[in-house]
Design a protein. Sequence first.
Length: 223
Amino acid sequence: MGCHCLQYTITPSGAMTAQRDEAHFWLNGYVNKQNCRIWSEANPQVYVETPLHPEKLTVWCALWAGGIIDPYFFKNDEGHNVTVNGDRYRAMITNFFIPELNNHDVQELWFQQDGATCHTARATIDLLKDTFSDRLISRFGPVSWLPRSCDLTPLDYFLLGYVKSLVYADKPQTLHHLEDNIRRVIADIRLQMLEKVIENWTSRLDYIRASHGSHMPEILFKR
């Protein structure tokens, strides 16, 4: 995906930017608009209800050149897996991300997020402004980030694909097993790899700036 009508600000030299995003990790199966399908196998009066949506985890993660914040799994008070909404996202930022960030030696961090509704609700933007002041790169934030620009988001072009390529190697059969695999794969990512990812990210920004927001060639950043 390329970028048009470029509007972004490069962070000051030496500053660090943390990119964050969520992703669904499905235990198995495929996506379908229906929740279930009704089958009649022998007796037309007896039905077997077969879910079409397999179980899934919704995982949040953040990275910068110096490390990765431990993955956060969205769950309700009963420990059941849930998807993201504004209240859950803000609770995660307040109760998980900020305390975790305080455990790292990070100064003048810029926070980048995409334009999902739960990320850009007024209450969410206010919370992030209180935390990062003008060092927020987001729709409706002090520094806007171009929507639908996956080429420029390390979570999209690196982390999520990398993790998904490894967590299913031993064919996990339970969500607990899948969650353990996700934690293990992310914990095994070394700083040298993250440094290369961020170098690639800055190369992408340099290319977009020089080309005035044109499409990036598909093979330009393949390694």
